[in-house]
Structures are given as C-alpha cells and as structure tokens.
Design a binder for this molecule. Sequence first.
Ligand SMILES: [Ca+2]
Ligand SMILES: [Ca+2]
Ligand SMILES: [Ca+2]
Length: 410
Amino acid sequence: MRSSFLSLAAACGIAILGVTGQNAQGQLLNGGFEETCGPAADWVAFGNVSSINFYVTEGVRAIKMYGPFNANPGYSGIYQDHAAAEGQVWEASAYATNPNWDPFTWNGVDSGSRAFVEISFRDASDNIISTAISPYLDTPSGDFPVYLAVPPAVAPAGTATVRLALLVEQWDYQGGAVWYDSAELKQSGGSNILTNESFEFQTQGCVGSGYAHWVNFGNGQANPGENVRTGNWAAKLFGGYNGDPAYSGWFQDVATEPGTKWRARGWATSVAGDLIQPGNDVFLKIEFRDEFGGNLGVEAISGFVPTGANNSLAYEYYQTTDVVAPEYTAFARLVIIQVQNGYAGGATWWDDLTFGCPADVDGTGFVDTDDFDNFVQKFEAGVIEADFDGTGFVDTDDYDAFVRAYEEGC
Ligand SMILES: [Ca+2]
Ligand SMILES: [Ca+2]
Ligand SMILES: [Ca+2]
C-alpha cells in the first residue's frame, strides 16, 4: 500500500514530507569507487582486454585479449575472486580461440605470446600462496575454440580466496590475440560458481572511466589495491600535462532541482613515491548544471590538498562549504579537480566521497535518524568527519550546527 501511494504521489508531483524527513535530492553513486568498469560486469581486467561479439562459445559476447605492450614480459588478464578454504579441491576452465589471422608465435623459450588459465589461492591479505595453470595455447587454433582446463588443485593452509584468471603472457612485445568465453570455476564435483561466466553483461553506469558513474578527464586511473582508504579501489588523479595550467578530474552529476542544499565530503592522500608537488591545486568542487549541461556559475570548494613536505602522506578529510542550487539547476556536479601549473608532478588518491545536503552525513540522498545516529557516533569519537562547521576541529559548535541542520531537514 505504501509503495503504491508513493508512486501515485510521485506521479502526481505531490511532495512527500515526513516520509524520509525530506524529499530525496539525488544521491551520489559509487562514492567508495568499489564498482569498477571493465569489459564485463563482476570481472576485473588489466592490460588489453575488451568485450567482443564473435568467436563466442556461449551467448553473444566473448572477451578479446592481447599483450599489454608495456613490459617484458607483460600480462593482460581478466579475473574473478571467490571465498575458499584450506583443503578444498578446485578446478577451472575456459574456451580460448587463437585465429590464424592474429596468431600467437611462441618460440618455445621466452619470446612470443601465449594464453592460459590460472587458479591462484590467496590469503586474507591477498598474497598468493600457490597457483595452478592449464596447458598453454601458443599456436593458432584456426577459428575453433580450444578447451583450456586447470587440473584439480588443493587449496593450501591459509587460503581465504581463490582467483580464476584468464591470461595472456607476452614476451618481446610479440602480437597475437585470444578470444575467451565460457569460463568455469568450481570445487571438484560441484557446479560453476562464477557470475557472468559467459561475459554477456556489462557493468551498469559505466561512462568511459575505470569507475562506474564517474567521468574522468585529463589523467586518472583505477588500479586495484593502490593506496586505498577502504575496500580495494580509490580514484587516482594526476596532472593533465596538456597545457599550462592543465586540468584533470573525476566528476559525477546528480539529478536535482533548484533550492536544494549541497556539501561534498571525501578523503584524499598522496604518497612519498608520487608526492603531489607545489604548483598543483587539488580540491573538491561543487558546480550546478542546467538541463543542457551549461554551468550555472554557482560553486563551492574545499580546502586544497597540501603539497610537497606539507602533505601528511595519510588520508585526510576534505569538505566543501555549503551551497544552494540556483534557478534552472538540473544537476549538481561533484568534481575532484587538479589544476596543474608549470607541469608540476605528483598524484593524489581519493576515496569515500559523499555528496548531498549537509545533514545527510551518511550520503544516502535523504536525511533521517540514521544520519543523527551516524553524526552522534562520530562526534563522540571526536573524528574529523564530525567537524560539521568546517573549522578544522570538533567541538560543541559542531554538535549545535548539526542539530540545527538536521531539524531543518537539511
Ligand atoms: Ca574504496
Ligand atoms: Ca542520510
Ligand atoms: Ca568544528
């Protein structure tokens, strides 16, 4: 009953006050960057891997893969992880086609390209404990798929996950491509536990960057396990090097309407080996766009990421000031931006972004008692996310400011 009332009310444009504490104003998606965009949903890819519609053995999509041409030897691959435990017996397979017109040329020692399927057993920190592989596919198979099977392998002590990877190994930058399809990973005697095992489905919301729902411009990367704050992924950002100044960034548009109030929050770090250098202005920014994408000229920004020796080399918290969407707003845009002056080097990594009205501290897109609980918890812990008034420290003024915003519904 309730849901039908809500849809009726929404269809009639009736404001539903009191249901959530406030109307939803739109929600940032994938703020923690854990939804990645590869050639197939549920799979992680690296090197040269793409979705393709021929040499399929099942469905209408397969995976095309060739060497990365960036290292010797170099590897391209696509993989999927599942929970596993010591003593379990695992086996895996896939179909692989190496056509005559794009052949592997393996010299029998260490030159050329070849394809194989690998199982790796990993501990809770993702360290490899042991691996098992299929025979290699290193000569053309015509237009016919070859069945590559990893024989049964026992998970050793300390196993937390099993990874199935479909790989191309490339030496001396030699060419040749493989088409993979119909992957399988199972315990002996069990059934296939892979999802999207035939590579039919793409991750929803992918817009050309490594992360679902995020647009990247200039330079940015999605690298697994690299300088994350939470989970396995953070958004890397570095200078555009295509002008002076050059602009790089990640952004996401959230559909909304005029009069809504916005604040962006998130975490960023730099690292000693790729330290963000003076000359770079890196910060969070809010913009508002009309229905045609035009910038309405109203914005808010956060403090800049400290550069050089002033950077703490640890994740620090950034938040913008609050800003109200002006007339004609159709989208609020959160931008993580780097303005690079004088080709200054260095990178930052961003994680755990939220974007919404200030009292929406958990970033769900609306304000409710969860936000109250969430704030009180952070306030009592004295963590910097409880710095509601943006002074750089947490005191009772923050509590008062939050309660006022909460009671006003935003
Ligand atoms: Ca993350
Ligand atoms: Ca909320
Ligand atoms: Ca404060």
